[in-house]
Write a protein that binds this ligand. Structure first.
Ligand SMILES: C[S@@+](CC[C@H](N)C(=O)[O-])C[C@H]1O[C@@H](n2cnc3c(N)ncnc32)[C@H](O)[C@@H]1O
Length: 285
């Protein structure tokens, strides 16, 4: 991590980001992003194998897609969709769900005082890579799970294993001012790319040694809407979008023209498919 930023500051920056520009982009692109990431939701839920009657905590649930899908699988159990982003959670709450099966909680997963052993299963689709002190956060989450309970989450592998982010970013890069190299372990989408680091964090937090399963998925960046739709999505979501934020309009336009050219070879009818590489991570309390 950048030595000028403490873990606490990095954590606060993430909370501000998800309540600010990050949250706004995910809210604007909710339907598109849910369609694009549907293969991840399916893989994660199959891996987590929620059982009827289980109490599930879905961490960093965002606009709610995985929480809603989990709620359909737990019979008379219960899902809590937790997120620190008020605008994203407002979208989730507006999607219609049975409060007996699914409730929403706006809280910081790293610090919230969960009822001890109140859950059987903790899940997350890309919601656990943003903690300033991940070991402390996962220790807090472990206390929320009953003995014998479990954790199952999806996180991104390295940029090189995620052409859906690397290709648009490489196309945009020549149009962007040079930026200093970033710490790959800083809170962000790739913070859990290194399996040894994930293992160190989870075991130090009191979980069992995790099992990490690599899964490659084809993601439709266009969500069935063609090349224009894929470019619009890359302006809002993913590594290129983060790099383009706060750039002047002429820079953004030049970069997006380059992104369009880079995505064109991947057009397949109304889809624009590129590979995404994830870890499915599971551990026991
Ligand atoms: C990449 S988004 C994923 C959203 C959602 N899981 C999905 O797949 O559509 C990351 C999510 O993690 C949430 N998040 C980040 N830090 C958090 C924290 N400390 N506590 C709870 N949620 C957090 C963000 O607000 C955001 O909704």
């Amino acid at each position: 991590m950048d030595s000028t930023i403490t873990d606490g500051e990095a954590h606060s920056n993430q909370i501000a980001y998800w309540n600010g520009p990050g949250g706004a982009a995910w809210v604007a692109q909710q339907a598109h992003t849910d369609a694009m990431l549907a293969p991840v939701a399916a893989a994660l839920i199959a891996h987590a194998a929620p059982q009827p009657g289980e109490r599930v905590l879905d961490i960093g649930c965002g606009c709610g897609a995985t929480s809603l899908a989990l709620a359909e699988r737990i019979g008379d159990g219960h899902v809590t969709g937790l997120d620190v982003s008020a605008p994203m959670l407002a979208v989730a709450a507006g999607r219609g769900s049975d409060p007996a099966r699914l409730t929403w909680l706006c809280a910081d997963a790293a610090a919230h005082a969960f009822p001890k052993a109140g859950f059987d299963l903790l899940t997350s689709r890309f919601g656990v890579m943003f903690f300033g002190d991940p070991t402390a956060a996962f220790a807090n989450l472990r206390r929320a799970v009953r003995p014998g309970g479990r954790l199952a989450f999806a996180c991104w592998r390295s940029p090189a294993e995620n052409p859906w982010m690397a290709v648009p970013l490489a196309a945009a890069a020549p149009h962007l001012p040079e930026s200093p190299p970033t710490d790959p372990t800083a809170p962000g989408p790739f913070a859990f790319a290194d399996p040894a680091r994930v293992t160190r964090i989870l075991t130090a937090a009191g979980w069992s040694a995790p099992r990490l399963t690599p899964v490659d998925l084809l993601l439709d960046l266009a969500a069935g809407g063609g090349l224009d739709s894929a470019v619009a999505q890359m302006k809002q979501i993913g590594a290129a979008a983060r790099a383009l934020r706060e750039q002047p309009p002429e820079v953004v336009q030049a970069a997006l023209d380059a992104v369009r050219a880079a995505l064109r070879p991947h057009v397949d009818g109304a889809a624009v498919r590129l590979r995404g590489g994830i870890w499915l991570v599971s551990a026991d309390a």
